[in-house]
Design a protein around this ligand. Structure first.
Ligand SMILES: [Zn+2]
Ligand SMILES: [Zn+2]
Ligand SMILES: [Zn+2]
Length: 146
């Protein structure tokens, strides 16, 4: 993952490459697992001690809105993880341990987009995760029932 792509994308949309934005992109690109907003903040704070969680979150939201970063909705109190969004895809999310698996491709079909169009709705993005229990969490659940 090169950050040149991100720099180009930001410029194309008329946004400046601030050191904070660069740091967020680097933190995302380096993380082995899609980090939570709080984890990204912890990482960036080492270099920019004055940065607020709010600034990190606002910039993350911007990158999500621009389609450069994908938000994984965990449905837990800790809400979301963030990963670089190339190419766009969806996730399986475990409701118990919060682990996730990346699926290939998009699950939204032409029919859905057509329905939106018929309602005069302009679609700018979407999120779709499949929620359930991963293999190890299922085993624990079954043991508990015995
Ligand atoms: Zn699990
Ligand atoms: Zn993914
Ligand atoms: Zn999709």
């Amino acid at each position: 993952m090169s950050d040149t792509f991100f720099v180009q994308q930001l410029r194309q949309h008329g946004y400046k490459i601030t050191p904070q934005r660069r740091a967020i992109i680097e933190a995302l690109a380096e993380a082995p697992l899609a980090p939570k907003a709080s984890e990204i903040w912890e990482k960036i704070r080492q270099k920019y001690p004055d940065i607020s969680p709010d600034t990190v979150y606002r910039n993350l939201t911007l990158l999500v809105d621009l389609g450069m970063v994908q938000q994984i909705y965990l449905r837990s109190k800790e809400t979301s993880r963030f990963e670089v969004n190339i190419p766009h895809h969806h996730h399986l999310v475990c409701l118990k341990c919060g682990c996730y698996y990346c699926l290939e491709g998009c699950l939204v079909n032409e029919q859905d987009l057509e329905a939106a169009k018929q309602r005069g709705f302009t679609v700018i993005g979407h999120a779709l995760e499949l929620y359930g229990y991963c293999l190890s969490c299922q085993e624990v659940r079954e043991e508990g029932l015995r």
